[in-house]
Design a protein around this ligand. Structure first.
Ligand code: GDP
Ligand code: MG
Length: 354
């Protein structure tokens, strides 16, 4: 009765059995694996556009948002998926995401156990997105899904990242003014001519999000990192709506963080391989100012005009000289550290190698 399963020891034929097993495996319908290792029995469809939506406590906006994304993208005829990344929301967002997924399988979600921040959410969303084009947008109904097609058109015109510039921004003045300042300084320091670095609405070619690592709160500088990595970045004006439900998650602290992150970005991407160029210039300028001040005082003393002891400026000069020497020394130490771990990631665009 159990023939084939129970085998008598002496007529056990190893090679025959192995062959049988491998036949079984080959006849079984094959499970397909998507690139991130999830199994699915459906044949993979080629997805044109992945929309990644990071969110935190947006329960009221999610349902209307998913409807308007669906309407906008159905009109474009693109094959799309929408990936919500719930960042440890404490309201009903997760439950609503489950409902949305149940109604329409193109809407997927990932939910973090706790809040990790918008950069983390974007990063995980990017890892799971399979589209040729990746679009990001906010979940608060302030970004308009009808703009997605325009972003994509611009992308197809020969860019790798297209940024949505909220030309007429519907936010309180306490947010718009610091934001203008932030954009102005970032543009000045990086030399990149964008007007709305931190816009939630952006479209990327797939390679961009694969090559560029987002961590901390660096999502604000994705266009900067992309352009510095050699990608072509463009910006188009987009419609922006006032917030209907819920409230803003970012207070004034974001601007301090933003400026500190700008320094980090400048330093780590531009100067991490040549720290002396960063510290050395500051050091030499400081040193020279101190030196000239003290030289002038010494000359005056030599000519018998004043005694150095009653010139407070002399101390300032000495301070500047010491600080200047220290900056140069820090730069040199940085160079030594850099030499010792000379790893750098080079982003390759194309390789013909045969
Ligand atoms: N993943 C994640 N998303 C967040 C977080 N805070 C805000 N968001 C989302 O980021 C988007 C913009 O946030 P919002 O508070 O509207 O910022 P504002 O538009 O600049 O006022 C919305 O979709 C939020 O749900 C967070 O901590 N993590
Ligand atoms: Mg908002």
């Amino acid at each position: 009765m159990f023939k084939g399963i129970l085998v008598k020891k002496n007529d056990y034929n190893m090679s025959e059995n192995i062959q049988k097993i491998s036949e079984d495996v080959n006849n079984r319908p094959r499970r397909r694996e998507t690139f991130d290792g999830r199994n699915t029995d459906r044949p993979p469809r080629k997805i044109d556009v992945s929309v990644v939506v990071p969110l935190f406590n947006e329960e009221q906006s999610l349902m209307p948002l998913s409807l308007s994304i669906r309407d906008a993208l159905d009109r474009t005829k693109a094959i799309y998926e929408v990936i919500f990344v719930d960042d440890g929301s404490t309201d009903n967002s997760l439950k609503i995401l489950r409902d949305i997924h149940r109604k329409n399988r193109r809407f997927k979600f990932i939910s973090f156990r706790r809040n990790y921040g918008k950069s983390a959410a974007l990063s995980v969303g990017f890892q799971h997105a399979v589209g040729r084009i990746i679009v990001t947008m906010d979940a608060d109904l302030q970004d308009d899904p009808n703009e997605i097609q325009r972003l994509i058109d611009k992308l197809e015109a020969g860019y790798d990242l297209v940024n949505g510039w909220k030309r007429k921004r519907h936010d309180p003045i306490s947010k718009t003014i610091p934001s203008k300042l932030f954009n102005f300084i970032t543009s000045l320091m990086t030399g990149i001519k964008l007007r709305d670095f931190n816009s939630g609405l952006k479209a990327y070619k797939r390679e961009v999000v694969q090559d560029i690592k987002v961590y901390g709160e660096m999502h604000r500088f994705l266009p900067v990192l992309a352009q510095w990595a050699g990608y072509r970045v463009a910006e188009i004006p987009v419609i922006h709506h006032p917030r209907k439900y819920g409230k803003t998650k970012f207070g004034l602290s974001r601007f301090w963080h933003g400026f500190l992150d700008l320094v980090t970005i400048l330093f780590t991407t531009r100067y991490s391989k040549r720290p002396l160029h960063f510290f050395g210039v500051i050091g030499i300028v400081t040193f020279l100012v101190g030196f000239i001040i003290d030289l002038e005082l010494t000359v005056e003393w030599l000519m018998g005009k004043t005694a150095i002891s009653n010139r407070p400026l002399f101390t300032v000069g000495i301070l500047l000289i010491i600080v200047g020497v220290q900056f140069v020394s820090i730069g040199l130490l940085g160079e030594m550290i850099t030499r010792n771990n000379a790893t750098e990631e080079y982003v390759i665009k194309e390789k013909v190698f045969n």
